[in-house]
Design a protein around this ligand. Structure first.
Ligand code: IMP
Length: 181
């Protein structure tokens, strides 16, 4: 990495959101979540791999007890003409009934991922579910679900770092970078 930012798969990324701003924002979100769920024990549903650093940082600042559960999406090739689709792995269906759930995401882009997850959670009989997203591309959002806890609203630029990747590279950076124009 040079002073401007990392070079990943031949593309230059430049500094966008510093680790200090991320830490401040995580503390703010954790404060809100702790107040909203005071006296309760929500389930944090962490969407791997990208949400891992955000989930760890957030969890450590919460003053409420949580149950932690990690899930991931796997792409599969559909048998119908619709082609590829996605499937959730690791959803603890038997423990979701009546629970309050917070889906933890590194980034919400079109919103397809959280919309699909929301449907699955409803089908499992959760009491309610909210989304905590470190970053949100409002300009690209096609969904209707409100996102209760938003870290940063970002422009429609590709970002990496703090869990987010460009083709599986860049997740380890403690700051967030955006693709240089
Ligand atoms: P969705 O469109 O909201 O369903 O988001 C799908 C996924 O696209 C996210 O979970 C990320 O894995 C990926 N994604 C979208 N925009 C970015 C980005 O700027 N950087 C890294 N990953 C992204």
């Amino acid at each position: 990495m040079n002073s401007s930012g990392p070079l990943i798969h031949g593309r230059r990324f430049v500094p966008y959101i510093s680790r200090d701003r991320i830490a401040e924002k995580v503390a703010e979100l954790a404060g809100r979540i702790s107040a909203d769920y005071a006296g309760e024990r929500p389930m944090l549903l962490v969407v791997l791999n990208g949400a891992m650093p955000f989930a760890v940082a957030l969890m450590q600042q919460l003053t409420v007890d949580v149950e932690l559960c990690c899930i991931r999406y796997a792409s599969y090739v559909g048998t119908s003409s619709t082609g590829t689709g996605k499937e959730v792995i690791g959803l603890p269906e038997e423990r979701l009934k009546g629970r309050r759930v917070i889906v933890v995401e590194d980034i919400v882009d079109t919103g397809r991922t959280i919309a699909y997850l929301h449907e699955r959670l409803q089908a499992c009989g959760v009491k309610d579910s909210e989304v905590a997203a470190l970053t949100f591309k409002r300009g690209k959002y096609l969904g209707t679900l409100p996102i209760r806890y938003i870290g940063f609203e970002i422009e429609d630029a590709f970002v990496v770092g703090f869990g987010m990747d460009y083709d599986e590279y860049g997740r380890q950076y403690p700051d967030i970078y955006q693709l240089e124009e």
